[in-house]
Design a binder for this molecule. Structure first.
Ligand SMILES: [Fe+2]
Ligand SMILES: [Fe+2]
Length: 320
């Protein structure tokens, strides 16, 4: 068993070895357990980004609540927006427990979001211009999220794994909601079908970026991915992206739509999809909050956080 080279204190080395033995035995780590800083910091980064992405991810669809075409669709998209906020709440509570040794609280995470220190997923920096976009977010963005999140259902950190079980159950409804919108448009007029095609064309690259760049593991160079080492997840970025292709490419094509990638094909020999690499620089721009809607969404969140301060204060437990 390898002991973290950065830890030279013999007592800490023993703790680390015991911790890794628990991880390798498939045990769950709980909030009050000893854990190496690397594990804690990785979880804080992952879970706070996930939680914030749930909250920021509700915003593109929130824009469509007043504009939904029927009352039935309005109720559906409102319920989805509410669910996503609930997911954010659940995850930020998990992150908050991990922050205790650092004396930080949830408010600090919110401030980190506002200052750009804490990121949110690339897809939620994009525009939702049409009802087709609103449907596609549910169908394919939630579909992509289900793939990455179900991969972590067995995460070594117990509180995160348990939160994901609840979240994934609801995400399945979100994907069905999105699929129902897309199917209705796909069976509709030429204009409605075009709305779906435009949405696929607009979102395809973002969906590829969503899974992150291929890690070094796929190139056989390194097994340094910390989340894999600590069994927080099992799949690699490229593996998860390929799962997404396997699940959705045929569905998209079978509806008579096209995918904006002329090089896209399934390679029988490797059993993998060959595809045009997205422009990875766009991910860097978005990480600096320079995406198409980054600033508008952050402003909205900032304003609502300020305007609703009185609610947080009213609900905060009073020390008498
Ligand atoms: Fe969610
Ligand atoms: Fe969702």
């Amino acid at each position: 068993m390898s002991v973290n080279a950065t830890q030279t204190n013999p007592v800490e080395d023993i703790k680390y070895a015991d911790f890794m033995a628990r991880i390798e035995a498939g045990e769950k780590i709980e909030a009050g357990d000893w854990m190496p800083d690397e594990y804690r910091n990785t979880l804080i980064k992952l879970i706070s980004m996930h939680g914030m992405s749930e909250i920021m991810g509700a915003l593109p669809e929130k824009e469509w609540v007043p504009k939904a075409p029927t009352l039935h669709r309005k109720l559906g998209i409102m319920a989805k927006v509410q669910d996503e906020m609930g997911h954010g709440q659940l995850l930020l509570r998990v992150a908050e427990d991990l922050l205790i040794p650092y004396g930080k609280k949830r408010d600090d995470l919110m401030q980190d979001l506002f200052t750009g220190k804490l990121k949110f997923h690339n897809v939620f920096h994009m525009e939702a211009k049409s009802w087709g976009d609103a449907g596609l977010i549910g169908w394919l963005v939630d579909g992509a999220a289900i793939i990455t999140q179900t991969d972590m259902l067995g995460a070594s950190y117990g509180p995160y794994a348990r939160a994901l079980h609840r979240i994934c159950a609801e995400e399945v409804f979100h994907a069905q909601h999105g699929e129902a919108i897309i199917m209705a448009l796909a069976e509709g007029t030429e204009e409605q079908r075009q709305m779906v095609q435009d949405a696929i064309d607009y979102w395809w690259e973002s969906l590829l970026l969503f899974f992150g760049p291929p890690s070094k593991d796929e190139m056989g160079a390194s097994k340094q991915d910390i989340t894999l080492k600590y069994r927080i997840r099992t799949g690699t970025n490229e593996g998860l992206r390929q799962s997404f292709f396997n699940k959705y490419i045929k569905r998209i094509l079978s509806l008579g739509f096209t995918i904006p990638d002329e090089t896209l094909r399934f390679d029988q020999e490797t059993g993998k999809w060959i595809y045009q690499q997205p422009d990875w620089n766009k991910l860097k721009l978005i990480a600096r909050n320079e995406g198409p809607r980054s600033q508008e969404r952050l402003d909205l969140r900032r304003n609502s956080y300020t305007n609703n301060k009185w609610v947080r204060e009213a609900l905060a437990p009073k020390v008498i």
